[in-house]
Ligand binder design. Sequence first.
Ligand SMILES: *[C@@H]1O[C@H](CO)[C@@H](O)[C@H](O)[C@H]1NC(C)=O
Ligand SMILES: *[C@@H]1O[C@H](CO)[C@@H](O)[C@H](O)[C@H]1NC(C)=O
Ligand SMILES: *[C@@H]1O[C@H](CO)[C@@H](O)[C@H](O)[C@H]1NC(C)=O
Ligand SMILES: *[C@@H]1O[C@H](CO)[C@@H](O)[C@H](O)[C@H]1NC(C)=O
Length: 813
Amino acid sequence: MIDMTVSSILLLLLSSLSFPYSSSSSSTLDSGFSLSVDKPEDVLVSPDGTFSAGFYVIGENACVFAIWFTRLPQSSPNSAVVWTANRNQPVNGKRSTLSLLRTGNLVLSDAAQRNVWSSETTSSWPTRLTLNDNGNLVLSEIHSEETIILWQSFDFPTDTLLGGQQLKKHTQLVSARSNTNISSGFYKLFFDTDNVLRLLYDTADISSVYWPPPYLTSFEAGRSTYNSSRIAVLDSFGSFISTDQFKFTTSDHGAFMQRRLKIDPDGNIRVYSLQQNNQWYVSWQAIPDSCIVHGICGVNSICKYNPRKGRTCSCLPGYRVKNHSDWSYGCESKFQHTCDSNFLKFPHVEFYGNDYVYVKNTSYKNCRDLCLQDCECKVFQFTFEENSVFTCYIKRILINGRHSPTFLGTSYIRLPQNKSNSNSNSFFEEEESDHDNGQVCFVKLERAYASGHVNSFVKFFLWFSIAVGALEVLCICLIWCSLDRTKQNSKANQQGYNFLSPFGFRKFTYSELKTATKGFKEEIGRGAGGIVYKGVLSDRRVAAIKKLNDTNVGAKQEEAEFRAEMTIIGRLNHMNLIEMWGYCAEGKHRLLVYEFMENGSLAQNLKSNTLDWTKRYNIALGTARVLAYLHEECLEWILHCDIKPQNILLDSKYQPKVADFGLSKLLNRSDQNTQSFSMIRGTRGYMAPEWIFNLPITSKVDVYSYGIVVLEMITGRSPMAMASLSEEGEEAMNGRLVPWAREKRKKTTSDRKGSSWVAQIMDPAIASNFEIEMRKIETLASVALKCVEDDKDERPTMSQVVEMLRSHEEEAS
Ligand SMILES: *[C@@H]1O[C@H](CO)[C@@H](O)[C@H](O)[C@H]1NC(C)=O
Ligand SMILES: *[C@@H]1O[C@H](CO)[C@@H](O)[C@H](O)[C@H]1NC(C)=O
Ligand SMILES: *[C@@H]1O[C@H](CO)[C@@H](O)[C@H](O)[C@H]1NC(C)=O
Ligand SMILES: *[C@@H]1O[C@H](CO)[C@@H](O)[C@H](O)[C@H]1NC(C)=O
């Protein structure tokens, strides 16, 4: 008897210990009982305390019946509701109840006695509602020998899938309307009738799939259509697997922790993991560039994505935003649509889908005429496609507008005469950035690639950047000769096709290139990866043609893959990036065709003292711009990893163009892991300390190398020359250029104000108008010293460098 009491006291103690959140709560509700919104203690708590189910306040006097993580109380900004009974119909904050009727029906009623929601179940046995440790709320019949599940919340997900919960044939996840409004929004994750898991944008007027990319076949997207069981599940270790062969693992894969997969109001699916400090962080997401999501900025708008700043929506000229707090309404026109014949040009802007008409292999004029003939045509899109042909798309609705540097096409938007005078670059009349991601701590990309489990898009860039690191080997030295650009080329520029040569990025035949180079005669540069020849193409353009060593082409290299990669690299475009005109892949031959640079490399010019301070400043600014573009505008993944004067080429106007990246991946395709990354190095003298200390490699390695190059431009001293002078071995890897410059600055500033430390490090051989140019050189020097900080976090990003240099320019003018 005493034993019994002791053990029951112990049990009580234990249970109160293990339910620290709500010791009086139970995990079950029996038939004939109900939960009331008026009693805060009326909450079901799962046996281990992880989940709670009850009334959840979503607004003033408005509640929903929901399941949430107990650890994160309702008021917490990190709270996470994982299921709601009545997301579209909140109930009154007073006198509402959830009752389990004796008939077996679970009913949610509003204060006004209206039934808002019910499980629509019946049973002649007693029933019980139980909240399990996995977050599943289960209604079951209680027989003597077995329990039969009548209903469970796992079968009716809202926007969240918990670990172990299956997404099935007839279930779907539907996003919330916004971060503050939990009612059903526009985005759906579901199994399509062809058994493929897809993301759909679905409104009353428009419905379109945006993931997997709709321009790919299911097969191309890595999906299978054969398994009609249609089940997808995220397990408790962070692996997601779907019957259409789609799989992924989270960046924290392996660890047992609370995770939830959610379709967010921005149309992306993310996995959130719960940290010890009760913060959620994103351990996986489906879509890196959030502008790919359809309808994200509404109609008549353009979405622009930047990994640092996130997504930006802006209205087209002549349109104004409909609702400042909700971009999904898009923009409305401020003018009457008539049969106007004026167009405003938007390079790199695409309006995906909703083609009223499309015509392949056509001319700009035909395309424009097609649009003019149709009074309802609002835009025509002239797009460069495979095989050097242009395709014309006529659209009557402006939706899914997206600016992307890699999109090879131009949209021409129809506007009345008076509106079309405006400049397409200054059309940001209404704009709003979206910092959705700021609410949760994002797992940095470094982790994502360390795990090696990333989706194929990220994988490409990852692999690209890794390979880019192997650049010691490649050093094109494009050289000499001052041939004017061909007539065709300057005509092309007049037409405004700067971003895209009218000849297109194309595939050359080997014999074509052999003829162009007169049998590979005139060698202009040589590196470990191959030899660069000068050549004249059949259209009279002068080109630098790089012939990769045959031995460097992996035997297993797939022709198609090679071509796809070349296409993507060729699509990157920036005025300070060497332009790739095409490639050749025939048998064992792999060649790359670039524009020819008249004035050779920065290295050669530094030696010959041809560069005055203005030129040097412009070279520093141009190089910073293209690096900022590679690091931030394309995707964070594109690291150059071998910035040095030999890889900065100069055109006839001494504008810099960064070359020699992205090719070395041809050298070894299998090098995908970080280990090989850390073994690959840049060039002695320009390498960031991270390489030596085996620290994570980020875009800051390029910032460091850039800083060294700028210091070299100022001082005229090569870090390599200084390294060989010093005798301190590895420690003096980057010579004493950096400590030497720092020392000079420290001394002079502490000595005497007013005398510039820059004068002490400046190359005296460069002619300068000292008084006037001193400020400029000082700016350069202090930026350079910031860039070569040992701690990568203290270095600025490339776009900050651009900002610093530009703000100086503006001050001066
Ligand atoms: C939430 O969104 C729904 C659907 O668009 C709308 O009907 C409702 O008014 C919104 N609620 C609030 C509080 O904005
Ligand atoms: C804008 O949207 C918000 C949220 O959906 C809504 O509450 C508000 O009433 C809307 N404003 C206008 C002017 O439509
Ligand atoms: C495109 O059209 C031109 C002229 O109509 C034709 O010569 C060319 O072969 C076509 N190209 C393709 C790829 O269809
Ligand atoms: C640079 O190019 C310009 C124009 O082609 C030419 O006039 C000049 O001589 C070149 N300078 C050098 C150092 O090659």
